[in-house]
Write a protein that binds this ligand. Structure first.
Ligand SMILES: NC(=O)c1ccc[n+]([C@@H]2O[C@H](COP(=O)([O-])OP(=O)(O)OC[C@H]3O[C@@H](n4cnc5c(N)ncnc54)[C@H](O)[C@@H]3O)[C@@H](O)[C@H]2O)c1
Length: 414
């Protein structure tokens, strides 16, 4: 079998995958697409330095025609389903960056396209592949803490410092239009991936929209919390986005033990285990090793290596890799709580049932559900991302975006 011919769509975050794929012996990066010319210029330099030939496209339609087996989708987060469906139908496999879809209608379409085409869909939820979170999965599956009762996932990322660099002062950038809970995948995903449990209900909550984010152009609640009920009755608290101080943490309590990542020593895991007697267990504290040493040089605590590696290995027919990739059903499970959680926020935090889209009968009820904060995907179910806030009718003035753009152009922080 020859090398897998890879295209990369989106060359901002996509550069990470370009590097991973250039270092992968079974992959060949053949084409890259980004409409922003300076990024394509950087890609040309990367290709030249590596001594490889890569076709560079600024237009997706031209890129789409290129001879490629698989595409890494690192384009806008709310457009992965839209472009992914086209790519799958054209016979390409896809590795999709976060998130999966903008609304429930797209979730159904994406799942059905994967089923119809038989092509590989893999979700690049890199937070599931840290040395710690992946070890939590291994230990949960080994029964080391028993049955999950409660869990917490935190993706607390105060993005204010980099907001100009990640939104470019564009009012319509997806980050300026997402809800407080849309980006729930990094906090919730590792808990779902570790346990294999499906989310069945969600209640959403959000903080006020604070001036430090509103003055950068994001009018949603600055941070969001989801309370998610899993199929075995366990409860997960999932917190994401802009609170002060960075904190990426996971805790899981079972009926015979618990485990948690270390708040201040990233890479360390604590595990408490009982051995048949209540309240008489032992603690371990250690730095789990990666299952592949190549991950040591990779971003996001090794997670960036494994998403690309397993994708390519799975395409080469490796069954262990196939067991490790995050399939389209699990990917949707990691995102639907955010979409429905915002609906809950708008309706006094009431509980929403999360459909199981593996089940064909449950798809019909949501097939036409376009509720989301992205106008072009929502049609008549559009709702603004600041609808739950006290300033609900406030339109952020153009001058805010002009200032953010000026900072981006001058390389200044937010
Ligand atoms: N997993 C992680 O740790 C992580 C980290 C950062 C970003 N991301 C994800 O990666 C994706 C990209 O994020 P980003 O930070 O690079 O910012 P971004 O979403 O602003 O960048 C997307 C890039 O795609 C290009 N693009 C989008 N649509 C295009 C089109 N139709 N034609 C040509 N080019 C197009 C844009 O020019 C831009 O450079 C998002 O989905 C984001 O959620 C994931």
């Amino acid at each position: 079998m020859g090398k897998i011919k890879i295209g990369v769509f989106g060359a901002g975050r996509g550069k990470t995958m370009i590097h991973e794929m250039l270092n992968n012996p079974d992959a060949e990066v053949v084409a890259i697409c980004d409409k922003y010319q300076p990024l394509l210029d950087e890609c040309r330099e990367i290709a030249d330095a590596k001594g490889v030939k890569i076709a560079l496209y600024s237009n997706f339609e031209d890129f789409f025609q290129h001879d490629m087996d698989a595409v890494v989708m690192a384009n806008y987060a709310h457009e992965h389903a839209k472009f992914g469906i086209r790519l799958l139908k054209s016979g390409r496999h896809i590795l999709s960056e976060v998130l999966t879809c903008a609304n429930l209608k797209e979730a159904v379409e994406l799942i059905e396209t994967v089923e119809e085409t038989g092509k590989l869909y893999s979700y690049a939820e890199n937070y599931c592949f840290f040395n710690t979170t992946y070890e939590m999965r291994r230990r949960y599956k080994a029964g080391d803490i028993g049955e999950l009762m409660q869990a917490e996932g935190e993706y607390i990322h105060d993005c204010s410092g980099i907001w100009p660099q990640i939104t470019y002062g564009e009012r319509d950038h997806w980050r300026n239009r997402m809800s407080s809970v849309f980006y729930c995948t990094h906090s919730l995903g590792p808990i779902l991936n570790a346990t294999g449990l499906r989310p069945i209900y969600v209640n959403g909550f959000e903080t006020p929209n604070m001036p430090f984010m509103r003055n950068l152009g994001w009018g949603a609640g600055s941070a969001g919390t989801l309370m998610v009920t899993l199929e075995n009755g366990a409860i997960v608290k999932s917190i994401d986005m802009c609170l002060k101080g960075h904190s990426i943490n996971y805790r899981m309590w079972g009926d015979t033990g618990m485990m948690e990542t270390d708040h201040y020593e990233s890479g360390t895991l604590h595990v408490y285990r009982e051995h048949g007697q209540n309240d008489r267990g032992d603690w371990e504290k250690y730095v789990p090793k990666f299952t592949n040493e190549a991950a040591n040089n990779s971003g996001h605590w090794g997670g960036d290596f494994f998403t690309s590696w397993y994708f390519v290995r799975a395409l080469m027919g490796d069954t262990e890799a196939k067991d490790n990739i995050i399939d389209v059903y699990s990917a949707v499970d990691m995102c639907l709580p955010g979409i429905l959680g915002y609906r809950s926020i708008l309706e006094d935090n009431r509980r929403f049932a999360i459909p199981n889209l593996r089940n064909k009968a449950e798809r019909d009820a949501v097939r036409g559900d376009t509720f989301c904060t992205f106008e072009e995907s929502a049609g008549d179910m559009f709702v603004p991302n600041n609808a739950a806030q006290a300033n609900r009718n406030e339109r952020i003035p153009d001058s805010v975006y002009d200032e953010v753009r000026r900072r981006w152009e001058n390389g200044e922080p937010g």
